[in-house]
Design a protein around this ligand. Sequence first.
Ligand code: CA
Length: 219
Amino acid sequence: MRILVIEDEHKIANSIKRGLEQETYAVDVTYDGNEGYDLAASEDYDVIILDLMLPGLNGTEICKKLRTDGNHTPILILTAKGEVSDRVDGLNAGADDYLVKPFAFEELLARIRALSRRPKSSVGSAIKVGDLVLDTLAFEVKRASKVINLSGKEFALLEYLMRHPGRVLNKEQIIAHVWNYDADVLPNTVEVYIGYLRNKIGKDLIKTIRGFGYKISEA
Ligand code: CA
């Protein structure tokens, strides 16, 4: 899951980034509205966290432009207390939800989870493929009821694959959703991590589709 944070208060932006990275999300941060719009328009994010009062384009303008462009990435607006009419403007401009500052990180996390689309095979916080179960809240992976320990990146990669069961995902898509913009991702990084995952969860679930990418499906 890859998230863009557009927020000019560095302290807030950076603490959101730290918190979300601990939850295995890949996070890009920008403090400027124009750069925020450019990133949102050119990169593939799962959720955008958007402040309203920004240098350059403001949050409402960014929201409107993205929706006019046909970009439907879920947008969560951050708003200071008292900016009620701004908040309404934001929702009218096409945002999906809002959160009033100051907020508890747990609440932000809950909103993000609600906004990120879940495949039909997920029940509550658990995603299943065959006898493999990934719990996005408990950060736990089990196969045939046996717990498997994964690193943060391995977990994020497996979660991305399991959210699209049976679908072939190419390396570019995988990198875009699992690593952030600043990450140094070598061409064989995805292959290496797929290898780690196969060693831990078993070799039968993740298939290599030569020349295209990878997909996860029941054995
Ligand atoms: Ca601001």
